[in-house]
Design a protein around this ligand. Structure first.
Ligand code: ADP
Length: 267
């Protein structure tokens, strides 16, 4: 059987996805990008192939995407993360009746992408100037609050008071604001909800710049945080489609494109 790989070398995490010839997802693997992007990406690929009992010879075509894609010289091709995200969301979104708007929050940037019914990018907007609306902000905030990233969702839903306003647009100032709120005796729960709403407001402003059309697909690592999902849904006043593996949508899109390019060459 032939297999196809997408590797998304992100600012924070490396994501690998493998699909079979029918375009079905065979497996995914996520690991920290660290400082040695190329070495870590190679190891992540080897690890996933071993887990799936495959070898490099089973892989017919490999496409790299993401921030560090140019470093992965072994790839057969590379594409922008906007294109890969659009393909992945379009494919994964079919199970939900189709998606037309993508909100992606990554480690160091956030994006809104509008796609047409065939999954082609119509319009996109990106915010990489300020990390206060990104995963990095959540990482820093969780550290300040001394809670695990995975616990942010529970803290959000356990908040019994109104979410506290976090107004700083820069992570460093937002960090001081969080420390100030803790020093004033505020509950961690209300602070966490405030952080989520502050990211949600920024994200919705970005999405409005590209135009919001149903259905709206939310991906990237922070989409694993149910509290953030709820805050964005509240600000958007619509439900989000969150796939089973939100962090690996872009890698999945690159794998789907690898499969399509290979099959087109064979035809
Ligand atoms: P990039 O592509 O820029 O590397 P990702 O889409 O991989 O970014 O997202 C990385 C971010 O995802 C991290 O900064 C972190 O905030 C968030 N994240 C990762 N795993 C989880 C988790 N289990 N729960 C909540 N947030 C998570």
């Amino acid at each position: 059987m032939n297999y196809f790989v997408g590797i998304d070398i992100g600012s924070t995490a490396i994501k690998v996805a493998v699909v079979d010839e029918a375009g079905r997802l065979a497996g995914v693997h996520v690991t920290a990008s660290g400082s040695l992007f190329h070495k870590n990406a190679k190891e992540a690929l080897a690890r996933l192939l071993t887990d799936l009992k495959l070898t490099r010879d089973d892989v017919r075509y490999l496409i790299a995407t993401g921030y560090g894609r140019k470093l992965f010289k072994e790839a057969d091709d590379s594409i922008s993360e906007i294109t890969a995200n659009a393909i992945g969301a379009h494919e994964a979104g079919k199970a939900f009746g189709g998606v037309r708007t993508i909100i992606n929050i990554g480690g160091q940037d956030s994006k809104a992408i509008q796609i047409d019914a065939d999954g082609h990018v119509v319009n996109f907007a990106m915010n990489d100037k300020c990390a206060a609306g990104t995963g990095r902000f959540l990482d820093v905030a969780a550290r300040n609050l001394e809670i695990d990233l995975e616990e942010l969702g529970d803290y959000h839903f356990n908040s019994h008071s109104a979410p506290l306003a976090i107004n700083s647009t820069c992570t460093v100032f937002a960090e001081s604001e969080i420390i100030g709120l803790l020093a004033s005796g505020h509950d961690k729960e209300a602070i966490v909800a405030g952080i989520h709403y502050s990211i949600a407001k920024r994200t919705v402003r970005l999405a409005k710049r590209v135009g919001i059309e149903d259905r709206v697909y939310f991906d990237g690592g922070p989409a694993l945080n149910k509290g953030l999902v709820a805050a964005i849904e509240d600000e958007l006043q619509r439900q989000l489609v969150v796939p089973e593996h939100p962090q690996t949508t872009t890698a999945f899109g690159a794998a789907i494109l690898a499969r399509n390019e290979y099959l087109a060459e064979q035809a």
